[in-house]
Design a protein around this ligand. Structure first.
Ligand SMILES: *Cc1c(COP(=O)(O)O)cnc(C)c1O
Length: 357
C-alpha cells in the first residue's frame, strides 16, 4: 500500500515552465517563453547579492524587515499591509489557502495565469473559470454574475497573462462595487511596470478604501529577479496577517530580500529598461500587424497570437529558428518581448509562417 494522498491532488495540472531554447548548431537560441527580463541584474544588485551570499550559512530575516520597510515607504502604505513570499505565485497560493477550502469557489478569467487552477485545486477549492470575451478581455459582467455565496476569492489578472489585455479603471471600479465585501479580490499586477495606458487602474490606489481588495506584485518580471523568488502583496490588516501565518518560514532568502531592496533603489535604470522594452513591444506588435496578424493590444512584456490548431506548428517553426515561445495547444502562442535580435528572428519567422498559410 502506498501512503494515502489527498484526493484533491488527483488531476492537478502540472505547471509548465517556459522551455529553455534547444541549441542547434550555428543558430543563436533565445528564450521568449517565460516573460523574463532579457537584461542582466540592475546596477549594484549583483554586488549586494554577492555580499548577502557571504552569509548563507545563516537563516534570513524571517520578517523581511528592510524589504517591508522599503516597500511600505515606496507605496505609502502601513508596513503591516505588506506581505512577501516566494514569488507572487507563492503569495497567491497563501491567499487562496487563507480564504478557500473544500466546497469554496475561486473565480478567475480563462485563459489567464496557469498557476490559478493549480493553487485553487491544491487548496481543495473549486475553480470557476469565466471565459475571456471575443477580444481577449476579462468579462467582468460574467465574472460578477458567477459570484455565489460560496465564492471566497476572485483573481483579476491585470494585465492578463497570456493575452496582455487590461481591465480599465472605470470598469474595474464598477466590478469592485458589485463584489460582496466578504469576498477577497486579488489584483494580480505582475506586469504593471510595462503598462503605458493612462486608463490603467493602479491597484495600490484602489485597495486603500476597499478592505476586500489586495494587490499582488512581483520582482520577477520588470525587476529581473525571477530566479530569486520574491513577490509581495499589499493587503489590509486581516488579510496581511493571514499571509504572515501561511508563509513558509524563511521562504524568502536574504539574497532575495537584499537584491529586492537594491532593485527598488535602482529605479532609474529600471525605468530605462522598461521604456526600451515597451518600444520593442510596439515594434513587434506593429510588425506582426503589418504582416496581417490580428492580435490584441498588449500592455505587458509579451504578445499573444491566437493560432488555434496551428499553435504547435508555429511554435515548432520558432524553435527551428532559435526562439522558444510558449504554446497553449489549440489556443495560441504567448511570445515574450526579448532582446532586439530575438524579436527580429521572431518577426522573420512569423512572416515566413504567414506566407505559407
Ligand atoms: C509571472 C507572473 C507572476 C509572478 O510570478 P513569481 O512567482 O513572482 O515569479 C504572477 N502572476 C502572473 C500573472 C504572472 O504572469
Amino acid at each position: 500500500m502506498s501512503p494515502r494522498l489527498r484526493p484533491e491532488l488527483d488531476g492537478i495540472p502540472i505547471y509548465k515552465p517556459g522551455r529553455p531554447p534547444a541549441v542547434a548548431d550555428g543558430v543563436t537560441a533565445y528564450k521568449l517563453s517565460s516573460n523574463e527580463n532579457p537584461y542582466p541584474p540592475l546596477p549594484g544588485v549583483l554586488e549586494v547579492a554577492a555580499a548577502a551570499a557571504q552569509s548563507f550559512n545563516r537563516y534570513p530575516d524571517l520578517a523581511c524587515t528592510a524589504l517591508h520597510a522599503e516597500l511600505a515607504d515606496r507605496f505609502e502604505v502601513p508596513v503591516a499591509h505588506i506581505a512577501t513570499g516566494t514569488g507572487s505565485v507563492g503569495v497567491a497560493q497563501q491567499l487562496v489557502q487563507s480564504t478557500a477550502g473544500a466546497g469554496d469557489e475561486v473565480i478567475y478569467a480563462w485563459r489567464s495565469f496557469e498557476a490559478y487552477p493549480i493553487i485553487a485545486q491544491i487548496s481543495g477549492a473549486t475553480s470557476i473559470q469565466v471565459p475571456l470575451d471575443a477580444d481577449e478581455n476579462h468579462d467582468l459582467d460574467a465574472m460578477a454574475a458567477a459570484i455565489t455565496d460560496r465564492t471566497r476569492l476572485i483573481f483579476v489578472c491585470n494585465p492578463n497573462n497570456p493575452t496582455g489585455t487590461i481591465v480599465r479603471r472605470a470598469e474595474l471600479e464598477r466590478f469592485l462595487d458589485r463584489v460582496p465585501s466578504d469576498v477577497l479580490v486579488v489584483l494580480d499586477e505582475a506586469y504593471i511596470e510595462f503598462v503605458a495606458d493612462a486608463d490603467f487602474p493602479n491597484g495600490v490606489e484602489l485597495y486603500r478604501d476597499r478592505p476586500n481588495v489586495s494587490v499582488l506584485r512581483t520582482f520577477s518580471k520588470a525587476y529581473g529577479l525571477a530566479g530569486l523568488r520574491v513577490g509581495f502583496a499589499i493587503a489590509h490588516e486581516p488579510v496581511a496577517a493571514a499571509l504572515r501565518k501561511t508563509a513558509v518560514p524563511f521562504g524568502v532568502s536574504q539574497l532575495a530580500q537584499d537584491a529586492a531592496v537594491a532593485s527598488l533603489r535602482a529605479e532609474d535604470a529600471l525605468l530605462e529598461r522598461v521604456k526600451a522594452l515597451v518600444v520593442e513591444r510596439a515594434r513587434v506588435h506593429e510588425g506582426l500587424a503589418a504582416q496581417g496578424w490580428t492580435l490584441p493590444e498588449t500592455q505587458a512584456n509579451f504578445v499573444w497570437l491566437r493560432l488555434g490548431e496551428r499553435t504547435l506548428d508555429f511554435a515548432a517553426a520558432c524553435e527551428r529558428a532559435g526562439v522558444t515561445v510558449r504554446p497553449f495547444p489549440d489556443e495560441g502562442v504567448r511570445i515574450t518581448i526579448g532582446e532586439t535580435e530575438a524579436n527580429d528572428v521572431l518577426l522573420r519567422t512569423a512572416e515566413a509562417f504567414r506566407k505559407e498559410l
